[in-house]
Design a protein. Structure first.
Length: 447
């Protein structure tokens, strides 16, 4: 078993992480899919973690099933992996927006809906090379689990786009911690589908826009949003790893007093990784433990909700680092160039490897909110392990491990979403309007 590509990319990250975060958090321009060449007018604009749709249909487009039937019940809309046309003019119809021209849904986190473009999704073709079932898609909800929907499946994440029958207009404005950044859509397209039949209705490519990207990626919104701290007091009183709901990661780990434990873990020159793991059947009675002897008793499989086959993955689709048993596959986190290539529990993918922990205090931090770490509310029962990522088995691979402790901060937010739809008499009626105001408080829950 070898995770050589992982090791190589993590070494690069030790130098590239800071620059990458500047690139991702300060995207220069929006990306825009423009509708103007056909009878449809408007745009789909992607800003930092934000999606804005504003389109006006002509009312007589030759959509599959006919115009009225197609828009009935709302339109589905997705990021598609391709745009193979030589021009950037928007298109209408199932053939013009077909798979040969726009590909499948962008699905880098292996969620596997029925139209996913991911090669590892089981669609009943060449079953020896694919295995993640599409039949289970949609059984969980994005509002509760950000990994339940394809990254590019906007309508599953935010609901169908309702078209006002009186004006033939449709609009939407949403943002999310896990939403794409503008530059990530280079070479991709947006495709709108008929609401009932799911046939492709109209599409356009994403292009670099002229407006500066000015939105701010919001914090996580998946439960209590705690700040999590793993206290490695077994190594030293100030050794901690902190995860914030804003995506920030802070690591200060001093193993310089434990050279024998560093040596016994046997990482050699490759360095140690830091990752989120499931707890074993045994509960940690202390904040932390050092050495594989103790950590193997308390640390279970690696947390891997996106089936990317991190070392010691808990995914049922991963075996010895191979996804679906495909020999050509290897986990290849390259956060500097492709954020979604890194698993949500892979903290070293954002921070870089601990290369000399026996002689140098490991101090690394990255600011949110573009890190795509897992919701902190979902990690409260997890543990953090410092381990050798290139080890063949967990036996002897751990330097140290610690349990998460939480401080919950609930911030005041007000969210209003309004969708309008014409009533039978032609007037507009608000069919969905929610305003939420949450009182600010801080509750210490240190275990």
């Amino acid at each position: 078993l070898s995770f050589a590509p992982l090791i190589d990319n993590m070494n690069r990250l030790a130098l590239a992480t800071t620059a990458a975060l500047v690139t991702f958090s300060e995207a220069a321009k929006q990306y825009v899919a423009t509708f103007s060449a056909s009878t449809i007018e408007g745009s789909v604009v992607v800003d930092n973690g934000a999606l804005n749709i504003d389109v006006t249909l002509g009312g007589s487009e030759d959509f599959p099933d006919g115009f009225a039937t197609c828009i009935d019940g709302g339109l589905s809309y997705h990021i598609h992996e391709l745009w193979t046309y030589s021009d950037n003019a928007d298109k209408i119809g199932a053939t013009a927006c077909g798979g040969d021209f726009t590909g499948g849904h962008w699905d880098p986190w292996n969620a596997c809906g029925g139209a996913s473009g991911n090669a590892y999704c089981d669609k009943g073709v060449n079953a020896s090379d694919v295995c993640i079932p599409t039949s289970e898609y949609g059984t969980l909800f994005f509002t509760a689990d950000p990994f339940a929907a394809e990254v590019g499946d906007w309508s599953t994440k935010y609901g169908k786009l309702m078209v006002d029958a009186a004006t033939n207009t449709a609009s939407l404005s949403v943002s999310n911690f896990y939403e794409v950044l503008p530059a990530e859509l280079a070479g991709f397209s947006v495709v709108f589908h008929c609401g009932t039949s799911a046939k492709r209705a109209f599409c356009a490519p994403f292009e670099l826009g002229t407006m500066d990207a000015s939105a701010t990626v919001p914090e996580q919104d998946y439960g209590s949003n705690p700040t999590l701290t793993a206290v490695f007091d077994i190594l030293g009183p100030d050794s901690t790893l902190i995860l914030g709901p804003d995506g920030s990661i802070e690591a200060n780990i001093d193993a310089t007093s434990n050279p024998n434990d560093v040596a016994s873990a046997g990482c050699g020159t490759t360095g140690f990784a830091i990752g989120v793991f499931n707890p074993s059947q045994y509960t940690m009675s202390e904040n932390s433990y050092v050495g594989s002897g103790d950590c193997e008793a308390y640390v279970g499989t690696a947390y891997d909700p996106t089936h990317q086959c991190v070392p010691f993955s808990d995914s049922e689709y991963c075996t010895d680092g191979k996804l679906c048993g495909v020999d050509a596959y290897s986990y290849d986190c390259d956060f500097a160039n492709a954020r979604y290539s890194c698993a949500p529990g892979d903290l070293t993918g954002r921070l870089g490897l601990m290369t000399t922990p026996d002689t140098v205090v490991y101090t690394q931090s990255v600011d949110g909110p573009t890190t795509l770490i897992a919701p902190t509310s979902s990690l409260e029962d997890k543990v953090v392990a410092i381990y050798c990522p290139d080890a063949a088995t967990p036996a002897g691979a751990f330097l140290a491990c610690a349990k998460f402790q939480s401080t919950t901060t609930t911030t005041t937010t007000t969210t209003t979403t309004t969708t309008t739809m014409a009533t039978e008499d032609g007037s507009d009626a608000n069919i969905f309007s929610i305003g939420v105001a949450v009182f600010t408080g801080i509750i210490a829950l240190l275990n």
